[in-house]
Design a protein around this ligand. Sequence first.
Ligand code: ZN
Length: 136
Amino acid sequence: MVFTVKTTQKTELIDITGEVQAYVNRITKESGITSGFCLVFVPHTTAAVTINENADPSVRTDILAALNRMVPKDIPYHHLEGNSPAHIRSTLVGVSEMLMIEKGHLVLGRWQGIFFCEFDGPRTRKVHLSLMGIGS
Ligand code: ZN
């Protein structure tokens, strides 16, 4: 399954936990599988996916600010498109997350959410989801 994320900023973290849980709900209902794994994959070279706090939005702001400092814009990159910092941030954060599913629900800590990470927006992006069942 694929869904679209429309980003509106150059860099931003967008909470996609609801979309992923909705997919898990649909597949577990249709298949009868209630435990397994859900792969979240981002097919982009200047975006990523991560799991972090979804309670205090300032955590997202701090993550983006720290990544900006870790990967400066003003060093002499070779990639002529001009978006090397976005490519490097994508590699640092990673383009996939594997989540456990128990009793039809994503296993996440109380304060955890799944975030699509935009590093070269605004763009229309895709997120792929795949569920692997191991039991009912
Ligand atoms: Zn590029």
